[in-house]
Design a protein around this ligand. Structure first.
Ligand code: AKG
Ligand code: FE2
Length: 458
């Protein structure tokens, strides 16, 4: 990003003013119409590198076209230059309650130590989480599994676009496999790749469960107001029953800025995220509310935001207001467990950004494997979640920017973003009790249908 921004600044006439009214999909579509011969991936990278500004992206592409022939400009070449760590220039205190922002517009603050990460982000990290042999065994097992992974596909106007990394979801039993392929949806469609847990994945789940619960309790005691759990956060023991495994094969594979879909996790979800193989940067940035109502309507009433499909287009940057405070880079080495705490999905966005350089891992080569352990709430099983007029499952989202309704949850139709489907404009506010349980007819929730089983044996 710096490379493009600094070139842009040095140039005269002055940088174009960025009109930031459109959703990311619209911006990408505008760029695609201006540069029909360029790959969408490359356009997304450039949009990301210019902070989501179509005008700057356009002048950047035009200027670069004379320097680099288009076919030789890889996505890696269009990624932001590696940025220097701000840690070198500033001392960061580790007071847990510290609220002062350390990020600045357009800058990336690089964090490595668990204390800094806990103090400045909604995450905590445990390095060297597993015994070395167990981490390696899990890595090898999942590298082998990754041959079965697939890429998410989503519809962008008349194009079907693929995610720039591959993934599969893992569940514990054949019955859960059935449910995940025919009942649970993701980003408006059924999952393409669902697999059953493998021996190493199962063996590690108990350790993840234990560590995540300890981290949750520590966070509550040391960070949350009054030492109490957040409103809507579940008071129950966190029990993962689904794991998404991602594979990033090489430095250009990535996932764009997004918040994880809350449909089955419910509000204030906690996610345990284990990194294996090549070290990559996990970027987080706080969502800043905006007063621009037109812009907000686009977000709140239809722009794809919190789906995996969005991650493809969200590969581009967010609106200016969102990125105004800059971003934080958390470095995720092999065998580290990152806990995304309850304040993460509603108030922050996260991404794995393309890397300019990576250090190959002795077992994984250029690949990084990531496992996100998730706890699907029984009360949010698809047999209970609202259906929209078009018959599809709705997805649960939180209003993230619009000041008046920020923090409210809503059920929305997302079918329109699934290839081959037509959506409707279904929208309904979602209400929860203080523990994040849906306030719909609870008798229905206590029927005898099979629940998702926890991964952990015994
Ligand atoms: O690869 C990672 O660390 C993050 C993956 C992620 O954000 C996701 O699966 O939702
Ligand atoms: Fe995510």
């Amino acid at each position: 990003m710096e490379r493009y921004l600094s070139r842009k600044r040095a140039r005269s006439p002055p940088a174009p003013t960025c009109s930031d009214e459109d959703s990311t999909d619209m911006k990408l579509a505008r760029l695609a119409s201006l540069f029909p011969n360029m790959a969408l991936d490359a356009l997304m990278e450039i949009l990301l590198s210019t902070g989501g500004c179509v005008e700057t992206a356009t002048t950047t592409i035009q200027a670069q076209a004379s320097l680099y022939p288009l076919k030789r400009r890889s996505t890696a070449g269009a990624t932001p230059a590696v940025q220097t760590s701000l840690n070198a220039h500033m001392r960061i205190s580790h007071h847990p309650g510290q609220k002062r922002s350390r990020t600045r517009k357009g800058k990336t603050l690089h964090l490595y130590s668990p204390e800094d990460i806990a103090a400045h982000t909604p995450c905590t990290i445990i390095h060297n989480f597993l015994p070395a042999e167990q981490a390696n065994a899990l890595l090898l097992e999942l590298l082998d599994e990754s041959q079965h992974f697939s890429r998410y596909r989503f519809q962008l106007f008349d194009r079907t676009v693929q995610s720039p990394h591959s993934a599969s979801i893992y569940v514990a039993t054949p019955e859960q496999h059935r449910q995940h392929t025919s009942e649970y949806t993701y980003g408006g469609t059924y999952r393409a790749t669902v697999r059953q847990t493998t021996p190493q994945l199962r063996a590690v789940s108990g350790k993840v469960q234990q560590a995540v619960n300890a981290e949750i309790q520590h966070r509550i005691r040391t960070v949350y107001p009054g030492g109490r759990k957040l409103k809507y956060q579940s008071p129950k023991v966190w029990m993962p029953n689904a794991a998404f495994v991602n594979c990033y094969d090489g430095p250009t594979e990535a996932v764009g800025y997004h918040s994880d879909e809350l449909t089955y996790l419910g509000p204030r979800a906690v996610i345990g995220s284990l990194s294996l193989g090549v070290e990559r940067e996990f970027r987080v940035r706080r969502i800043v509310p905006t007063n621009d109502h037109d812009d907000d309507d686009a977000e709140d009433l239809g722009a794809p935001e919190d789906t995996p499909e969005r991650r493809i287009s969200a590969h581009t940057a967010e609106k200016t207001s969102t990125s105004a405070k800059g971003q934080i880079s958390i470095h995720l080495p092999h065998n580290s467990l990152l806990v995304m705490h309850a304040e993460m999905q509603e108030e922050w966005k996260h991404a794995i950004v393309p890397a300019q350089t990576i250090s190959p891992h002795p077992l994984a080569g250029n690949r990084r494997i990531n496992v996100t352990y998730r706890w699907y709430r029984d009360s949010l099983h698809p047999r209970y979640t609202p259906r929209c007029r078009c018959g599809a499952h709705t997805i649960l989202r939180c209003v993230q920017r619009r000041r008046e309704t920020r923090g409210r949850y809503m059920w929305m139709c997302y079918a329109g973003y699934a290839p081959g489907k037509k959506g409707c404009s279904f929208f309904q506010w979602a209400d929860f009790d203080d523990d994040g349980e849906p306030l719909w007819d609870k008798t229905a929730v206590h029927d005898n249908a099979p629940w998702l089983e926890n991964f952990v044996e015994g």
